[in-house]
Design a protein around this ligand. Structure first.
Ligand code: NAD
Length: 314
């Protein structure tokens, strides 16, 4: 198959591009390198440095390549940037994404969209998991733009026959993660712990508490979902990509501290404005369609080893 990966120089997109190449697909990566890095693009993929907001150039490129599927990961992926610059966020995540949808329609390609379960559902009460049927309650411009594009996809599915899959990722972690994205805490902690620098657990509400609770999912599980979607088995589906396990920032810090064998101090920090207190997703649909998610310990161990070699080489 021919697979076009937007954002394929970024964290998750580069893993998708790499796995698609390994699966024998012909892969093109489109990325403007605003946060991604050219060295993350797999060597056997055709790299096209381009902003998805450039409608005519993107459509021309897609029509020329003729992808069977487009995996759409290019985005302004930071919640805090979206709060500061909602117009920029909408420009990339809504208008840029519409160019990608138009190109998918023009090419007759499947479109796999990297949406967010971590931000879309808003606060998830203690003891609950947010299932796909739960109404979106976006609390940031980033969550609004992701929710908006989901609606466009469903509308294009009905009106124009677009074959789409919406993947609502939890907090994705793994090798090559940059600290700036939607869920960079694993990368931030590991780089600092492995360099012997202190880390900070930001409060969930009060200084010194356990910190916010998140559903951390290994990047390999996002990749598996993309590969399955390319084959068509997930057409018109909306699926949480998650573990269903809530982990507090302090628990994460303790686990990574032990895995890294670090002597760094773990300090308490204040609550950050805009941070959801608790986000945990229901993975039932994912488990039924794609199998069990990677256990947190296994994913964190592999990620720690990757960051260890990165820190040693720097
Ligand atoms: P990332 O920043 O590493 O990757 C995004 C990539 O998109 C980067 O390589 C960047 O250069 C590129 N990009 C940004 N704007 C672009 C534009 N206008 N034109 C072309 N390329 C552009 O982020 P990531 O963590 O890998 O996230 C990938 C996708 O998954 C995003 O859509 C993000 O919203 C979504 N997502 C991520 C998480 C997570 O936990 N990391 C959770 C939910 C959803």
């Amino acid at each position: 198959m021919k697979i076009l990966v937007t954002g394929g120089a970024g964290f998750i997109g580069s893993h998708v591009a790499e796995a698609a190449v390994e699966a024998g697909h012909d892969v093109m990566v489109v990325d403007d390198l605003s946060s991604g890095r050219a060295e993350h693009v797999p060597p056997n993929a055709d790299f096209q440095p381009l902003d998805i907001r450039n409608r005519s150039a993107f459509t021309e490129l897609a029509l020329h390549f003729g992808p069977d599927a487009i995996s759409h990961h290019a985005a302004q992926a930071s919640v805090s940037v979206s709060v500061r610059e909602p117009l920029l966020d909408a420009d990339i995540n809504v208008l840029g994404s519409l160019n990608v949808a138009e190109a998918a329609l023009a090419c007759g390609s499947r479109l796999v969209f990297a949406s967010t379960g971590g931000a879309l559902y808003g606060e998830v009460a203690e003891g609950e998991q947010a299932g796909e049927e739960r109404p979106a309650e976006p609390l940031s411009p980033y969550a609004c733009s992701k929710a908006a594009f989901e609606h466009y996809l469903r509308a294009f599915g009905k009106s124009a026959g677009l074959r789409y899959t919406i993947l609502r990722y939890g907090n994705v972690y793994g090798p090559r993660q940059d600290p700036h994205g939607e869920a960079g805490v694993v990368a931030i902690f590991l780089r600092r712990l492995l360099r012997g620098e202190p880390i900070q657990v930001n409060a969930r509400s009060l200084l010194g508490d356990e910190g916010c609770v998140r559903d951390y999912v290994y990047v390999r599980d996002s990749v598996r979902a993309n590969l399955a979607a390319f084959e068509g088995g997930l057409d018109r589906r909306t699926i949480n990509i998650a573990t269903g396990v809530g982990t507090s920032t302090r628990e994460l810090a303790d686990r990574l501290h032990a895995l890294a064998g670090s002597h760094s101090a773990v300090n308490d920090g204040p609550h950050r404005d805009g941070d959801l207190e608790r986000s945990v997703l229901d993975p039932t649909v994912m488990i039924a369609t794609l199998g069990e998610p990677t256990p947190l310990d296994r994913g964190l161990t592999a990620t720690t080893e990757w960051f260890r070699s990165e820190v040693e080489q720097s």
